[in-house]
Design a protein around this ligand. Sequence first.
Ligand code: B12
Length: 264
Amino acid sequence: MFDIKKLVYSDVLPMGVCSFRNLQNNLIPCRAIERIPKNAKSVIVVLFPYYLGEKFYENLNISKYAVPEDYHIICGEYLKKITKSLEELYPQNNFQFFCDNSPVNEVKAATLAGLGVKGENSLLINEKYGSFCFIGEIVTDLEIPCEDKEIESCKKCGLCKKKCINQAITTYGVEKEKCLSETTQKKGELTESEEKLIKNSGCIWGCDICQNVCPMNSCIELSTIKEFYETAKSTYNGDEDYNKTRAYSWRKKEVINRNLKIML
Ligand code: B12
């Protein structure tokens, strides 16, 4: 019988299972969709808590998720090992891992798998680690007995909505075009009001406002992932800090450098 507790890292990373059935009708169009196993049945969802504690965020000018080395790389390594252990246990089955660059709506998957509630800021909030968690998942044609949880929402205190610097959070969800995180990642020239937003936020990559003000993030536990601490760098000061292995490097350095220039 499948036992999630037998998987490598299950003692340090929150994990859960949901059915693929409840995700397959809203897959996000992307290239990775080709890797979804034919006849996919189950999804093993893994959380990667990334809150490192305030001392790691001194002179912070990028958002917390971008402080460690690119999470696609670090979470990818963990997911690769978990996948390998599954392949050894179930050699007949197909296991494909994803993290962010995924057709799966990861917040929905994590919620269905019982790993937390969906915040008004659209993010998954875990009881122990808050919303400062990356989400990864392994999609498989192995049928894992599971009962999908009801998707529950946070208490809707409204703080994230109220404090969002650009009123991007509405009753219907996050309006992507207004989200500062999106603006900081945009290529090309920004409008005057977009530039003003970046300047006022003090953040040149991503945005953490809706998470920083969330009461469910006020007493969270620290990350259990040593690689996040070992690679932490909280300030981006220009070319000398640009590095191909950071969360902002999927964009050419012109984008983050443009934001830095706006800030200065
Ligand atoms: C695209 C994307 C973004 C976009 C758009 C986000 C968004 N909320 O729409 C941008 C670049 C803005 C972004 C920002 C961030 N992201 Co992001 N993102 C994704 C990605 C790749 C896909 C999300 C998606 O499209 N889901 C599908 C849509 C349909 O779901 P939805 O969000 O519920 O969409 C609703 C609303 O957007 C709303 N809506 C849509 N259009 C409109 C228009 C109007 C006018 C209105 C009112 C509403 C509305 O209706 C939709 C249906 O209910 C996921 C990874 C994944 N594969 O899931 C990561 C992911 C969600 N992101 C993540 C992170 C960490 C972030 C940031 C915190 C990074 C940062 N610090 O800057 C911010 C948070 C911003 C926020 N509050 O959402 C994590 C979240 C982890 C968690 N704990 O939940 C994920 C899961 C990546 C990962 N593997 O860890 N992200």
